[in-house]
Design a binder for this molecule. Sequence first.
Ligand code: FPP
Length: 314
Amino acid sequence: MFFDKLSKLLNDVFKPKPKYITVTPVSSAEPTQMLPPSKLPRHVAIIMDGNGRWAQKRGMPRSAGHAAGTEALREIIRASDDWGIEALSLYAFSTENWSRSKEEVGALMGLLLKYFTSEIDELDAKHVKITILGDVDGMPQPQREALINAMARTKANTGLKLNIALNYGGRAELVRAAKALARKAKNGELDPEAIDEAMFAGELYTAGLPDVDLLIRTSGELRTSNFLPWQLVYAEMVFDDCYWPEFDRTHYLKCLRAYAERDRRFGGAEATEPAKAEEAPVQHEPAAAEKPAREEPTEDVEEPVVSAEDAEEA
Ligand code: FPP
């Protein structure tokens, strides 16, 4: 057991870093997508939209769309891990989603339970650290237990930080943070004048994580729907028209390439290096020490964004 863990850890640390992240398309008409790892965002957030429409278009129940969406989610988590994304936050169930039909909510809860019991071994073996963003106490008991177990088991992992938003609402998260600070002020632990942005961020579910660099939303909808309102303030947004079950590595890499070509200024007038992740602010975590970030690739620092054709020509 110990040697298994040690060998996995060594394997991870010494895993050769690819010069480019590539996805070979199924059809030869499409170019191979390539991107140097140095251009990746640190924190990607995804609104996985369009499961219902995907199913309805096929004459299937909405729950079939969520089942297909779970397959897409599995693959995108694997891709994020393979490509060295530091943090991935997925919007899986909002506080508003309880208003859907009993059948649909039941199907989603079933998928959640199945996912967290069947995938936990693989995720843990890959050193993925699971955090649930949202009110876990408000989840049904079997799901709550599976979620608490997944978080506890992977708490010390140092790989991909996988955040799944469940029973989550962005405004509710802000109110919860305000209440936590007010409570401390009332108890005399805190001077209200000392409250600053870092302290506020330290009370959010995402305490200790960098702000979101890239928000992806599928299905062609152009809104943020109460997802991570604090953390998204400087996020680049990329919208993909496909329904979530159709979102695969090729779509994902296209979004990452679009991000890599953006010019991020964080409110300043001067153009900065596009997609320079080190400049993104890190959210303050009050109690625990800052976890060491996943090892950054040392090569490729100034590599351009290219397609396979560009690379061949060069
Ligand atoms: C939005 O599409 C999607 C959801 C509300 C659920 C997302 C859930 C999953 C992808 C699977 C379950 C999650 C885990 C972690 C196993 P929609 O149903 O609103 O689509 P529509 O806009 O076409 O109706």
